[in-house]
Design a protein around this ligand. Structure first.
Ligand SMILES: Cc1ncc(C[n+]2csc(CCOP(=O)(O)OP(=O)(O)O)c2C)c(N)n1
Ligand SMILES: [Mg+2]
Length: 658
């Protein structure tokens, strides 16, 4: 791959210093062409440092890209900024300036006619790196995972019409999981809107139900303000994706650019951060008087970076703690107070404790149908419910809540902890009752619901996930797709840290796994990234193997290949008398050859005895993407299972319960 000369110029440490001197007095484009010439005539080694750059040298290319985003670009950008403030910019340059001012380092995107001015502006800047994906859906997923794993706002850029419609699945996925993102879309020129122009679609209309907010910019004078508002809305309150639709003529028009000062002001938008002190006191009293307290935390604890506070709170209260699929890692898996994930494929002990506790506090979790099962069944047991959530519309939506606390989870936990310490001096917890509650939890744990039958004949998918944990010492970023493999990943990779488990919880979008791994790796260079996928899901965005090749992204892909759309097959087995209608994956590609065709390493693992060696070998290949195709037990099921519509404790623990 040929890296543009400007990347080479700015990628190397020595270059940064030299470039900043040259660029202050030289138009950027001229420096690029000067350097391009220098590179071509081979006079680069002394001036640029000692990294040798060959077309096939992916390691050098990787080094270049990483340095580019971190160093040289800023030096150059600062010089450019001072000049820009004095002059009028076109809309495209304003977009780029706004992104730079927001501290954006990476933008995932795909070009097209309506965004060509923006791409031209990107070409001329060096503040952030653009990552060219192979499908717009992947751009959004990658930006989404970039955010999930780093708590920065993810950014993506797509063209009008099909660019936007391809992006919709990604936007809806991020929306369902409250991920802060800004999506910039091109639109046909303002005069052509509504005329069924080429590549026109009603982007604002199509995306309205799956964004936190969207804007159509009709006047260049509004552009910078809208961009700032978009970032502000995306990251504050309950986070979410915000889309900015920009007609092509707006990107060509000119306007004076004034850098932002402070946060934007929005009259009708003032998210609550601090919880109500009276409610916090009530909640603490309730918890202190509880005999069977239970803590249920979800994605909100991760999104608000509240793991440390959650940990302190769980220790203070002394209750069992469960993390939802979206909350895994917020409280450590390895802690003795952790009882596993709740819900449809949750542990026996977590579901029983959710049902039989007398005070349940939800910390950034929303009583989703996959968590509480049938709400009528859930309501059968009398218990007091405290619900901490930043979004008031989530409270009392699916269950009746006794003490609602609206606020940012982290802030509310800080106040709950402080209040608990004060109140505990007057109102004592009942230690005997708490001990009895734990005895009961231990009895439920005794069911060992996560046990599975191992085999020497066929690879058990659960054992692959356990092996991954062992080989990566439990410290990898793990992305997954959607299906049985996702549940096994959630169940058997013990997440001890937040932002390590990256999956589509709310929308359940097959195809996220590989682009998620790309976004995670861009946000966390040098980290170990594994993508647990199925042979069905991986084919939904397989083209991104090409993006990985270009940007030297090296996740390890673990395909749990059961030759079935396994989760569909499991439901068909249980609910449709094993009539496997269209859940069979016929004519699968040779994934080893496919990986190799994209320039990666492929492995097929068929025997249980080969799993350990193959996995260790793959993770040794740090600078290569390795596709591991594990041929697994075809008809393994995910247990425990609460069938849709059933009560939380009406669990099937294995095939013997069918
Ligand atoms: C885009 C999309 N289409 C359809 C589904 C419905 N669905 C959920 S799981 C699943 C099967 C996934 O198969 P595979 O990736 O092989 O994973 P497995 O369940 O076999 O581990 C399907 C079709 C979905 N979640 N997403
Ligand atoms: Mg499958």
């Amino acid at each position: 791959m040929v890296l543009p000369s400007k990347l080479l110029l700015l990628s190397l440490p020595q270059a940064a210093a030299s470039a900043s001197v040259s660029i202050q007095c030289t138009p950027v484009g001229c420096v690029h062409s000067l350097m391009a010439n220098a590179l071509q005539i081979g006079k680069v080694s002394g001036w640029l440092g000692s990294v040798s750059l060959k077309a096939s040298d992916h390691v050098a290319e990787h080094v270049a890209v990483q340095h580019f985003s971190k160093r040289g670009c800023n030096q150059m950008g600062d010089a450019g900024n001072e000049r820009n403030e004095l002059m009028e910019l076109n809309g495209a340059d304003i977009v780029v300036r706004c992104l730079a001012d927001e501290g954006v380092e990476h933008v995932f995107g795909y070009p097209g006619g309506a965004v060509l001015y923006i791409y031209d502006a990107i070409y001329k800047q060096d503040k952030f790196q653009h990552i060219l994906v192979r499908h717009e859906q992947a751009a959004v997923h990658a930006a989404d995972a970039y955010s999930r794993s780093s708590n920065k706002v993810g950014v993506c850029l797509v063209t009008s019409g099909p660019g936007v419609t391809n992006a919709v699945t990604g936007i809806a996925t991020a929306y369902m999981d409250s991920i802060p993102m800004v999506i910039i879309s091109g639109q046909v020129p303002t005069h052509a809107i509504g005329e069924d122009a080429f590549q026109e679609c009603d982007t604002v209309g199509i995306t309205r139900p799956c964004v936190k907010h969207n804007f159509l910019v009709r006047d260049i004078k509004d552009l910078a303000d809208v961009m700032r508002k978009a970032f502000y809305i995306a990251r504050t309150g309950r986070p979410g994706p915000v889309l900015v639709d920009i007609p092509k003529d707006i990107t060509a028009a000119h306007c004076k650019y004034t850098p932002a000062k402070g946060e934007p002001v929005l009259r009708s938008y003032a998210p609550v951060v601090k919880g109500h002190q009276g409610q916090i006191k009530k909640a603490v009293q309730m918890l202190l008087q509880a005999e069977r307290p239970m803590i249920y935390s979800g994605g909100g604890a991760i999104l608000s970076d509240a793991s440390a506070e959650l940990h302190e709170f769980v220790k203070l209260v002394g209750a069992p703690c469960t993390n939802t699929l979206m909350g895994l890692g917020a409280f450590p898996f390895s802690d003795s107070q952790f009882v596993g994930m709740p819900g449809m494929h949750g542990t026996y002990e977590a579901n029983m404790a959710m049902q039989h506790c007398d005070v349940l506090i939800s910390v950034g979790a929303r009583f989703d149908d996959r968590v509480i099962g049938n709400p009528k069944h859930f309501a059968q047991n009398a218990r007091k419910i405290i619900h901490v959530d930043i979004d008031p519309s989530s409270i009392s939506k699916r269950v009746k809540v006794d003490v609602p606390i609206v606020g940012n989870v982290k802030d509310v936990l800080i106040d709950l902890i402080a209040q608990y310490k004060i109140s505990a001096t007057e109102t004592r917890q009942n230690p005997e009752a708490l001990a009895k509650w734990w005895q009961q939890v231990q009895v439920w744990r005794g069911k060992e619901c996560m046990k599975f039958a191992s085999s020497n004949e066929v690879i058990k998918p659960q054992s692959v996930v356990q092996k991954l944990w062992e080989v990566t010492k439990g410290d990898a970023y793990v992305t997954s797709d959607v299906g049985q493999h996702q549940m096994w990943a959630a169940q058997y990779y013990g997440f001890d840290k937040p932002r390590r488990w990256i999956n589509s919880g709310g929308l359940g979008t097959m195809g996220v796994g590989l682009p998620y791994a790309m976004g995670v790796q861009m946000a966390n260079p040098g980290a170990t990234v594994a993508c647990i996928t199925g042979e069905g899901s991986i084919q939904m965005n397989i083209q991104e193997l090409s993006t990985c090749r270009q940007y030297h992204l090296t996740p390890k892909i673990l395909c749990l290949n059961n030759r079935y759309l396994g989760m569909v097959r499991q439901w068909q087995q249980i609910d449709y008398s094993s009539r496997y209608a269209e859940s069979y994956m016929d004519a699968l590609p040779d994934f080893v050859k496919l990986a190799e065709a994209y320039g990666h390493v492929g492995m097929r693992i068929e025997k249980p005895s080969d799993v350990d060696g193959a996995m260790r070998e793959a993770f040794k290949l740090k600078d290569r993407l390795v596709f591991m195709d594990f041929i697994t037990d075809r008809e393994e099921n995910v247990w425990p299972m609460v069938k849709a519509g059933k009560g939380l404790t009406e669990m099937l623990l294995g095939s013997e319960d069918l």
